[in-house]
Design a protein around this ligand. Structure first.
Ligand SMILES: Nc1ncnc2c1ncn2[C@@H]1O[C@H](COP(=O)(O)OP(=O)(O)O)[C@@H](O)[C@H]1O
Ligand SMILES: [Mg+2]
Length: 214
């Protein structure tokens, strides 16, 4: 089981929206997915509660029990665990980062958000975790998203699609749905971001398997 943690010390970066949409996309690609919402605000859990489908699954835990819980989940044949974290320096955010195989850092393409991202990068690097960025809430036909991608790429990989600012994302969160179900542009964005993350998370394994076969 691979563990993807969504983190950014800034509130409103789009963490929970990304976590939900990536979970939906991962399920669509055939994975058994478990969600863990480490944020007391429970945005991801609220989205999940509105869903009828079983997969993605969700489990409640806390920072102290997280590692034991992850071991149990791995035994239950989950392929992917997505952990949403609060945008603060709490033990909940820290434990989510410690548990990760890969950390996704969503960021708005605005100067204040980019200026604040160093705190998140330091935290992730202190924990020696691989990470990647995705630009969220980008306004279509503005240069900000492109400029942000060029700034962020100096620090690490950036997802090949921006998650743009579309009401479909906010609506989907309120309905337990995915914006991709009713918005073609959102569908393409999310699917590109997921393919990028999927390669980061699982390709290494595929390479090892191929070597074993050869
Ligand atoms: N791509 C997007 N387009 C439009 N609204 C968005 C988008 N991503 C997030 N939002 C809105 O921005 C706010 C913060 O998003 P959220 O995912 O909860 O951020 P975080 O979890 O980082 O605090 C929410 O009101 C959400 O609906
Ligand atoms: Mg959140």
């Amino acid at each position: 089981m691979k563990i993807l943690t969504v983190a950014n010390r800034k509130g409103g970066a789009g963490k929970s929206t990304c976590a939900a949409h990536i979970a939906y996309e991962a399920v669509k690609s055939g994975l058994k997915v478990i969600l863990i919402d480490m944020d007391p605000q429970k945005t991801l859990e609220t989205w999940w509660q509105k869903r009828e489908e079983e997969n993605p699954f969700l489990v409640d835990t806390n920072a102290t029990e997280l590692f034991d819980m992850l071991e149990k989940l791995a035994e239950k044949n989950f392929d992917l665990c997505i952990i949403d974290t609060p945008g603060d320096a709490s033990i909940n955010a820290a434990s989510g980062i410690k548990a990760a195989d890969l950390i996704l850092i969503p960021s708005k393409p605005t100067p204040p958000d980019l200026a604040a991202i160093g705190r998140t990068i330091s935290l992730v690097e202190e924990n020696k975790k691989p990470f990647a960025f995705v630009i969220t809430q980008g306004i279509v036909r503005t240069k900000a998203a492109l400029q942000a991608a060029s700034v962020l790429s100096q620090f690490g990989g950036v997802a090949p699609s921006v998650i743009s600012n579309r009401t479909s994302y906010a609506n989907a969160m309120g309905q337990g749905a995915s914006a991709g179900s009713f918005d073609k542009v959102a569908e393409e964005e999310i699917s590109n971001v997921w393919r990028f993350l999927q390669a980061r998370l699982f390709d290494e394994q595929k390479n090892i398997k191929q070597k074993l076969i050869a």
